[in-house]
Design a protein around this ligand. Sequence first.
Ligand code: 13P
Length: 248
Amino acid sequence: MAPRKLAAGNWKMNGTAAALAEVQALMAAHAAPNVDLLICPPATLLAQMNWAKQAHPLAIGGQDCHTDASGAHTGDIAAAQLADAGATHVILGHSERRADHDETDALVRAKATAAHAAGLIAIVCIGETLAERESGTTLTIVGGQLAGSVPEDATAANTVIAYEPVWAIGTGKVPTLDQIAEVHSTIRADLVARFSDGANFRILYGGSVKPGNAADIFAVPDVDGALVGGASLKAADFSPIIAALERA
Ligand code: 13P
């Protein structure tokens, strides 16, 4: 059976309590979604969002966690603390964290293990830079990140892969559908080779997903949903993307 599709919003460092109105509007527009819905707000909003969503199936998630379960790490958040605030997912190894905080594959892998230990679903992000794309090394880079960032205890139930080409994030540029298909099918083959349930992992595409291009991207084989940045901040933008995934 094909994995259930996932529409995930990554709010990054955007949003204060006023943004909860967008989540209310989104939940009203998708009262009974036939795909999984996830918003990863700033950690400051998790508890409020958890309270606001009540019985709605919207899931909420963090954007990073520490490798340790607790301790002297000023400014960091443990996976169990995310879970305590209502999170069921956590984005790990986003290219912005790899770039801004020098996160390596090994660190992302350790974070994913910590997330799993706290019962969270890890959304492990991978993707090539423009220079890597132009030098023809995309599949090598992405394959290496996948092998290095996904821990041995990963299953289709506790891990989601997000392919996000760095050059497509926040730029309005998207790979061609053939380029997306090539990378997603390679990721799928790697997952199937390594994990007994590799066929069931969700593989999300991320990078400038908008209402206008979502349906085409969702028609690509092995695209099981999207990780959406800018267009997830407003219900008016995210809602048509969710609707396109529901139709896919
Ligand atoms: P944009 O949708 O704003 O390009 O961001 C994608 C992303 O980085 C999601 O994690």
